[in-house]
Ligand binder design. Sequence first.
Ligand code: HEM
Length: 371
Amino acid sequence: MTVLEHVPDGEAEQIDHIVELTGEQLKRRYTNGPRFLRGVHPKDHGCVRARFAVHECLADDYQVGVFAEPGRQFDAWIRFSNAAPLVSPDSALSEAGAVGHGSRGMAVKLIGVSGSRLLPEDGELTQDFLMINQPVFAFANVEDYEALSRIILEDNENPKRFFAERIRRTPEGKPVMSDPTTQRAVRTAGIIERITNSKPSAYQPPPLSPLDNSYFGAAPFLFGEGRVMRFSAKPVSPMLGDVVEFVKNPNYLREALHKRLTEGEEIEFEFQVQVRSAESLAGAIVTEIEDACVDWDEEKHPFVTVARIFIPPQDCTTPERKELCERLSFSPWHGLLEHRPLGGINRLRRAVYEVSVRARAVSPEYSAPEY
Ligand code: HEM
């Protein structure tokens, strides 16, 4: 098998530590609450019924895993969410009137998938695609995520010390950019700044509804033996406009989703992949696979549409749908061997999502409820 990952020394122990910290954090947040919520992305905007249609004229090269059969259609569930670790307003206006942005999630679960699965013990076989609305993740690797997890537990959810501890400075106060730890922390600060502001440097404008941003897997996954993909979902006809008048409403995204799906037409996203061969990644595993802050140059590795996602008009605000949203569990490790998650951040996610799901007491049969 081609070697597509590079596991740093000590990573397994760091993962065990993060699992422990995550469990403690969840207990602290929710032991006295009505129920345990997800470790991150606890606030949903709605769970919607959808159809995932593999492209009918898919080139042979792309007929891999869930895309093996051109024209095949899967029923799917999609959960739209805010990534923030606590339930909070969707966006806020600063004193200067600028709209705060935010990281959002789109998690897609294909039902009725067949093939060889990644996790033998885990409920019905589905293929989950978890995405956020920026092309990179803010933390590069497990080492950094361990530091973050420790600090947010010790400092009551405040991540500030992560930067103070990891950015080494010259006596004049300039970051020492020859130090790799400093370099990564400076880059993480830059990514967070781009996620939270709404200036042109932001990855995307704040959306009018969850249906109006593009979403990205933000980490690499196998695309069959010896090839790797990054994936994305792009709305075909996003509505664009100023969100200033909406963001005063703390739940404007949930309300906008409901309005669009009850008053509008069917919504369509293109599901796209960037695919690279092991040869193209030779000598670059540490950056292009192991560092989740690095995306792939789109000019050299263009996104290709391999499927379409259709979301029909529907009411996603019923009590049953809301309960379903709490009960669903998505993981990058729910899926086919051909799409194995790659890189440190993905290796970490396998155990951490399980901690969150256990804390929420979600049983596996809810992973793929009746459609
Ligand atoms: C490429 C990076 C990542 C992406 C794209 C991503 C995306 C997502 C999305 C979209 C969800 C919401 C799923 C839902 O709606 O139920 C989610 C949930 C979650 N994520 Fe991530 N995530 C990433 C990295 C991480 C990391 C590094 C951790 C921590 C180690 C993490 C921990 C979690 C947890 C605990 C949940 C809730 C699981 C549950 O209870 O069902 N994620 N993630």
